[in-house]
Design a binder for this molecule. Structure first.
Ligand SMILES: Cc1cc2nc3c(=O)[nH]c(=O)nc-3n(C[C@H](O)[C@H](O)[C@H](O)COP(=O)(O)OP(=O)(O)OC[C@H]3O[C@@H](n4cnc5c(N)ncnc54)[C@H](O)[C@@H]3O)c2cc1C
Length: 1059
């Protein structure tokens, strides 16, 4: 019955309030408050980190120096050495990597100390969890400052860790604003960083207090007009803060705020009532605060004389009869207290509405800690383990209550709880449905068919989560379980599953912080499976086989609740951004629910860890020597973590996580750009390609190119060995680029957006390598800027062009010019109106030795005599606007200076041109195959045929497995080829290049074909990119030379190298 009432709007709000209100609404930024002191109005407090919130590097260094027999003060002196330009400041501006810093810093320290100083060990100590621990007194201070309605900021000079993250061992959620020097590239005491912080806080300097332990930083703040507090010792600093803000922190109750106008209750009659309950000796002023949460049933903190109480009441106004049943909460807590379940001690239930306007109940205030962040920042792994164990055992205690003996026999219906819940939530979901959510539709069909056959009946909490528990301040003991509004009699496994929701939500989930992506083992937090097992062990029951069902149900229920919030946000006062965000979350949650349903239905998944999906976060390094050792065998070393290296030259990195920090960052930005700009634009770009304007460049493409250029995601392709001074490109190694190129390969449009597309990349590389300065100025510069495009003309219709020596087009010298005559076809990009350069391959001397007959000429596209006969199509696709043209060159006259390198050197150039550029297609094909497989997986999970998702069909599984294995094989070979090119040069890598060219297109072709098959007919349509992918991969079995030619090359080399 109460479930129905839950859907009454205010009740719904409450149901989700724990998720929303505790984390969002209570944020002080929406509460504009001022603290007065000495005539000043303070609105914000800004904290430095090291030396204020956590121990200062100086103090850590002093102890370390003693332990390591290093002359005292060495570290500190080295830290300040060089001032602005010193290694420390550069490091904190994010200008150097940890490795570079430690090298320079170690050298400085060793010089000063005249002995070798192991700075790495100091570094590890400074950044380790045990040392970089927040001072509790400061953490408390931040809590009460926020409770008072002031904003808080962290303004820190910090640095990047080798894992690419910035050093910030604090709970970010404690701060409204976080400004980090290594991200901003500016350090304190530079005034700009203070100004940035103030701007983000939206306060004036005079409205802020700034705490730091360093004089120059304080001086700079003071000169801007901020009030400053020098922190020598955190306790004293907090006292000073208390004085400045005119309040005593110890008296402030966390998570409370002054009572809202609309929530006021008559103090006089309340005081009279309290005296009646507590005795007349309870005199003194009555202090009343409101808890930030408790929107459904407003909750108040009361201090009267020595008593600290909590009052929870029904909201004002007209309510459904069964809604906001404070009586039920009172009843269950009273009953559970008697049987040893930790709950707040309830004192009295007052059903007389005349006292404060509505019924309410009173309980004792229970001081303790509430952990709002499930990753428990600042604690040690053993403490986290203990907290989750305590949480688990208190749940067991609730479920072990003999409800009949406790007088709760009629507290809810007995048996068939899940079935009733499923139907109730389906009904509620339907009542607030706004559009069709495919995952919810599938769940609505699936859940009733999979109701567990055996269900126990116990007391269930209904909203059992870590942040509904009050813990003892010193011990890992649960003092009280809060929020019993959803409690009833039901299936206890629903509570267990519900308490694992956070395990599957991302840590930055807007409404409910999660643990996904966290390394639970390292944190000491049990995985969801371990948590479930722990529960079963405590309860003495066999491991629950069908717990994926319970997870699916829990996420379904939360989605239904969230859908209610969403519907109200559409009609209510919530901003459209909030409504949109809630809508997306609803979809996210429902997809999670369906993922569990699939796992439940699909036995094989039961053996897999759900919290730890296969993560390829390892990387492998191989040194140049190890690659080419005498035996021909290769030794690789695998590391489980990211390497500290900042250059990947000579390193075979097999996953992006293993890249150096700057390249990892580039990879992250590229991925973000793909997600934010490229994938969403695909539809429109595809439409343009099918429109009458298709032979003109799409304005959207030009726009995206500008964006990519502005973000520095431009010309990433030019390899370091071609461009060692990074004059033209990003200076990446082939291996580094391979990881980025894979990402670009996931969209057909991406390469052009980042100015990394063929045939321009090969032509640009040709110009960088072999072009004269004049040729570079005329052709290379506009190509690098993305203003023009180019083509490469080799293939001819009348000869078998896979053998380039067959080429017949002639280049003859005549009156100081070269004159071209020939017939070419499949010339990609030549139809593009931006195409201004044709890199032409023809014969200058048909009588010269076979490989010296050909030459390469740079032909301006506006030269008379170039006639495009027609665009060719690939499976009917024109690939506009570049297209693939059939072209006649009739008496085309080109100046002699347009010859590249010289007559007869065409073959040499073609080899060079096709060096790195040769494997770009292969790199992209890996990404393209990954996308095809991802699309296929999503499709087969959501499409149901013959009563079960397609993914449960054996042949589909075999196809998925085959595709994954083939992608990985090809990926490794691509990376190996790239690595070989990096360490031994393009020539030495010829075998690897030929092998991957032989392998990648056919691999992609097969993977995409399987994806198309799994999609059904839709896979062939242009609704999905698969058909285009397929055509592209198929064409690449010719475009880069036919498979057979590569196979022949591989075989020849094999026989030559290993006869
Ligand atoms: C989409 C697309 C874009 C292209 N873009 C360009 C471009 O921009 N510029 C350009 O110049 N060309 C381009 N090409 C042409 C491409 O390079 C040629 O198609 C390729 O080199 C093969 O030449 P061919 O078509 O003349 O085939 P042929 O040489 O006639 O070969 C036909 C078949 O013979 C077989 N064969 C050939 N050699 C051997 C061997 N050694 N052993 C066994 N079997 C063999 C293979 O099966 C081969 O497919 C493109 C092609 C496509 C499909």
């Amino acid at each position: 019955m109460y479930i129905r009432s839950l859907f009454q709007s205010s009740h719904l709000q409450w149901a989700w309030r724990a998720a929303i209100w505790k984390h969002v609404w209570c944020r002080p930024q929406e509460v504009h408050r001022w603290m007065h002191s000495g005539g000043r109005n303070y609105r914000a407090v800004i904290f430095d980190m090291g030396g204020v919130l956590i121990p200062s590097p100086g103090k850590v260094a002093a102890e370390w120096e003693v332990q390591n027999h290093i002359p005292s003060g060495t570290i500190l002196k080295a830290l300040i050495m060089g001032g602005e330009k010193g290694p420390w400041m550069k490091f904190m501006r994010g200008e150097t990597t940890t490795e570079e810093f430690l090298q320079e810093f170690g050298r400085l320290c060793s010089e000063m100390a005249e002995t070798s100083v192991p700075v790495d060990s100091f570094w590890s100590l400074l950044t380790c969890e045990q040392v970089a621990k927040p001072f509790p007194v400061m953490t408390e201070a931040i809590t009460w400052i926020r409770a008072k309605g002031l904003r808080t900021a962290l303004l820190t000079n910090n640095f990047y860790l080798p894992n690419g993250k910035s050093f910030l061992p604090l709970d970010r959620k404690q701060f409204d604003v976080v400004v980090e020097s290594c991200l901003e590239g500016i350090c304190k005491p530079d005034p700009r960083i203070y100004e940035l912080c103030l701007e983000q806080l939206g306060v004036q300097p005079s409205e802020s207090i700034f705490l730091d332990d360093l004089g120059p930083n304080l001086k700079a703040a003071a000169s801007l007009g901020l009030h400053t507090v020098k922190v020598n010792d955190p306790e004293t600093a907090v006292k000073e803060l208390e004085t400045l803000l005119g309040c005593a922190s110890r008296m402030v109750i966390p998570n409370t705020r002054p009572v809202r106008k609309t929530m006021e209750i008559p103090k006089d009659s309340l005081e009279k009532y309290l005296k009646g309950i507590l005795g007349t000796q309870a005199t003194g002023p009555l202090e009343l605060f409101q808890f930030e949460h408790g929107q459904s049933n407003p909750t108040y903190y009361i201090r009267l004389a020595d008593h600290q109480l909590v009052l929870r009441k029904k909201p004002p106004g007209k309510l459904l009869p069964s809604a906001h049943a404070v009586e039920r909460e009172f009843r269950i807590m009273k009953a559970l207290a008697n049987v040893g379940v930790p709950v707040p001690t309830v004192l009295d239930l007052c059903e007389d509405s005349s006292i404060i306007g509505t019924p309410f109940y009173l309980m004792e205030y229970c001081p303790g800690l509430i952990y709002k962040n499930p990753s428990l920042p600042g604690l040690e792994p053993s403490q986290r383990q203990a907290i989750y164990t305590a949480m688990n055992s208190v749940l067991c205690r609730i479920h072990s209550v003999d409800f009949k003996a406790a007088g709760l026999e009629d507290y809810g219906k007995q048996g068939d709880y899940i079935s009733r819940q499923v139907h109730t939530w389906i009904k509620q979901y339907r009542a607030c449905e706004t559009s069709t959510n495919p995952a919810m539709e599938r769940l609505i069909e699936w859940l009733p068919l999979h109701i567990p056959k055996e269900q126990k009946t116990t007391v269930v909490h209904g909203d059992f989560r870590l942040d509904n528990l009050i813990f003892h301040r010193e011990k890992t003991e649960v003092l009280a379980v809060l929020d019993w509004e959803l409690s009833t009699l039901g299936d206890p496994l629903a509570d267990v599953a519900y308490s694992c929701l956070a395990h599957y939500l991302p840590s930055d989930f807007p409404m409910l912080r999660g643990l996904r992506g966290c390394d639970l083992t390292q944190l000491g937090i049990p995985t969801a499976e371990e948590y479930f097992k722990m529960y079963c062990l405590h309860m003495g029951i066999p491991p629950a086989e069908n717990w994926n069902f319970y997870m699916a149900f829990s996420f379904f229920r939360v989605t239904a609740i969230l859908q209610g919030v969403y519907k109200r946000s559409l009609t209510g006062q919530a901003s459209s951004a909030t409504a949109e965000q809630t809508g997306k979350l609803t979809e996210y949650m429902s997809n999670l629910a369906w993922d569990f349903a699939v796992k439940e239905g699909f036995q094989v998944f039961k053996k897999m860890s759900s919290t730890k999906p296969l993560a390829r976060s390892y990387h492998t390094r191989a040194s140049p020597q190890s690659l080419l050792n005498a035996t021909g065998s290769r030794s690789y070393v695998s590391f489980p973590e990211s390497p500290p290296a900042h250059t990947s030259k000579g390193v075979l990195v097999i996953s992006p996580e293993g890249l150096s920090q700057p390249v990892r960052e580039l990879h992250r930005r590229l991925r973000r750009f793909m997600e934010q700009h490229v994938y969403p634009a695909e539809e429109e770009l595809r439409r343009h390609q099918a429109s009458a304007d298709r032979w003109a460049p799409s304005p959207l493409m030009e726009d995206l190119k500008e964006k990519a250029k502005a973000e520095g995601l431009w010309n990433l392709f030019l390899p370091l060995e071609t461009d060692p001074e990074k004059k033209y490109g990003a200076g990446l190694t082939n291996v580094e680029y391979a990881h980025l190129c894979q990402l670009m390969g996931t969209s057909l449009y991406a390469p052009e957006i980042f100015n990394c597309s063929a045939p321009d990349t090969g032509n640009m590389e040709l110009l960088v390598r072999y072009g004269t300065e004049a040729q570079k100025a005329r052709w290379l510069t506009p190509l690098l800027e993305g203003k023009t495009r180019s083509c490469f003309a080799m293939t001819e219709p009348q000869v078998a062009s896979s053998d380039a020596t067959n080429i017949e087009s002639s280049i003859r010298e005549e009156n100081g010019l070269y004159v071209i005559n020939g017939h070419k076809w499949w010339i990609s990009g030549i139809l593009d109106p931006r195409c201004q350069l044709c890199v032409f391959m023809g014969k200058t001397d048909p009588h010269a030795p076979r490989h010296q007959q050909q030459s390469v000429l740079l032909v301006p596209m506006d030269t008379p005599g170039i006639k495009i006969i027609r665009p060719l199509t690939v499976y009917g696709l024109e690939d506009a606007p570049g297209g693939h043209g059939e072209v006649l060159f009739e008496h085309v006259r080109v100046p002699k200076e347009n010859m590249v390198l010289g007559p007869g050197r065409g073959f040499e150039i073609a080899q060079g041109r096709l060096g790195p550029g040769r494997i770009h297609h292969c790199m992209r094909l890996i990404g393209c195959s990954e996308r095809a497989l991802a699309l296929m997986k999503a499709r087969v999970k959501s499409r149901v045929a013959f009563g079960k998702p397609l993914v449960e069909q054996g042949t589909i599984l075999a196809d998925i497995a085959q595709s994954r294995a083939e992608i990985e094989q090809a990926r490794l070979l691509v990376l190996k080829a790239a690595h070989h090119m990096d360490v031994a040069g393009n020539k030495a890598a010829a075998l690897d290049i030929a092998m991957i060219k032989m392998v990648a297109p056919s691999m992609a072709h097969r993977v995409i074909d399987r994806a198309i098959q799994a999609f059904g007919a839709a896979g062939l349509s242009s609704d999905y990119p698969l058909a285009q992918f397929f055509a592209g991969a198929r064409a690449l079995r010719f475009a880069d030379g036919p498979d057979e030619v590569h196979r022949a090359a591989v075989a020849k080399m094999e026989l030559k190298l290993r006869p």
